[in-house]
Ligand binder design. Structure first.
Ligand code: ASP
Ligand code: MG
Length: 411
């Protein structure tokens, strides 16, 4: 008999009918003999609706009060699901974060879980009940309701699984697993049976939005096996785990991630002296702007060009800061480009294979796609290219690294 934490997202509990379907599903698992803890999100659209209400009162709602309000979305779905289970003869009980006692810090709207009291849940499970817990919320040491940040129910699910030492945390959603890349860009993308926490973190941080990033960090830290599954379709989903298989089958690249969220800034003709990188990026970080990729070249006239990327939302701000810096340090000019995209190949297989980056560059060269910036880590190679070539690049790389699904006959 296993202990399983199942998390259902907003679309999976988006209507009363869907909640009934989820109840059916949970009932089947229960009948299979497993202990089940269910974590649910608010009905899809509900959290946005609540935030909108608050914004009608004030553009910047008081964070504590916002938490009191947005946490109601999940309170509705836990009660509905518990009712639907009880109606089916499945003993069930619902709890808010406060009732479980999911203790968090006091950072309203983005709280971190500090501790989970597992006693109540354990005794309910022992008594044969399915326990339904509100995702996304907790309580601080003073009894204030807190929330964990958008998409935070994933983190609740993983944290509960860690606290209960569950055998698996299953995240049910509207896709049937994690794919080699976005199937809307590459129709031949394939569902991965397995991926490591590390790879998933890279994929998630690069824009593949299946899971909240924090939940993956959490799962990796506490080694909670995490499985992404479709709420209403049968299938094995994708298992996210620690172990890297030592098999010959292990592909070098597990997936291709991309995003269009970044913009590029270059400051040209910077005096090439010690401390200049700090002079350029110090004010950027003081303005609370995060920098992603950085490239610096040395030119022969003792000046250098310094290029970095920021989130597109920060672009104008960063440009202003950089122009100020340019005049202070006597740089020639500042130029910027928002029409860029970042494409990354991700895979733990890279650790044991040479030539992965050159294979990537070869595939891009064949399509005459110019590479503007490059960065690498142990399990990732990223390039910045012109935005209009993004889809072409992703498709070319998907093929070059043999990730395309075999075409069936007649297709
Ligand atoms: N309901 C919250 C949100 O929409 C939490 C979640 O869905 O995970 O962000
Ligand atoms: Mg969600």
């Amino acid at each position: 008999m296993a202990l399983i934490v199942q998390k259902f997202g907003g679309t999976s509990v988006g209507t009363v009918e869907r909640i009934e379907q989820v109840a059916e599903k949970v009932k089947k698992f229960r009948e299979g003999g497993d202990d089940i803890v269910v974590v649910v999100s608010a009905m899809s659209g509900e959290t946005n609706r609540l935030i909108d209400l608050a914004k009608q009162i004030s553009e910047q709602p008081v964070p504590r009060e916002l938490d009191v309000m947005v946490s109601t979305g999940e309170q509705v779905t836990i009660a509905l699901l518990a009712m639907a289970l009880i109606k089916r003869g499945v003993p069930a009980v619902s709890y808010t974060g406060n009732q479980v006692r999911i203790l968090t810090d006091s950072a309203h709207n983005k709280a971190r879980i500090l501790q989970i009291d597992d006693q109540k849940i354990r005794s309910d499970l022992k008594a044969g009940r399915v326990v339904v817990v509100a995702g996304f919320q907790g309580v601080d040491e003073h009894g204030n309701i807190t929330t964990l940040g958008r998409g935070g129910s994933d983190t609740t699910g993983v944290a509960l699984a860690a606290a209960l030492k569950a055998d698996e945390c299953q995240i049910y959603t509207d896709v049937d697993g994690v794919y080699t890349t976005d199937p809307r860009v590459v129709p031949q993308a394939q569902r991965l049976d397995k991926i490591t926490f590390e790879e998933m973190l890279e994929m998630a941080s690069l824009g593949s939005k299946v899971l909240q990033i924090r939940s993956v960090e959490f799962a990796g830290k506490y080694n909670v096996p995490l499985r992404v599954l479709h709420s209403f379709q049968e299938g094995p989903g994708t298992l996210i785990t620690l172990d890297e298989e030592e098999s010959m089958e292990q592909p070098i690249i597990s997936g291709i991630a991309f995003n269009r969220d970044e913009a590029k800034l270059t400051i040209r003709g910077v005096p090439d002296i010690p401390g200049v990188a700090f002079k350029i990026l110090g004010p950027i970080s003081a303005a609370n702007i995060e920098v992603d990729m950085i490239v610096q070249n040395v030119a022969h006239d003792n000046t250098t060009d310094f290029t970095f990327t920021v989130h597109r939302n920060d672009y104008q701000n960063a440009q202003r800061v950089l122009e100020q810096t340019a005049s202070e340090i006597g740089a020639r000019e500042v130029i910027g480009d928002t029409k860029i995209a970042k494409v990354s190949i991700v895979g733990v297989g890279m650790r044991s294979h040479a030539g992965v980056a050159s294979r990537m560059f070869e595939a891009l060269a064949k399509e005459t796609i110019n590479i503007q910036m490059i960065s690498t880590s142990e399990i990732k190679v990223s390039v910045v290219i012109e935005e209009k070539y993004l889809e072409l690049a992703v498709r070319a790389l998907h093929t070059a690294f043999e990730l395309d699904a075999p075409t069936r006959q007649g297709e």
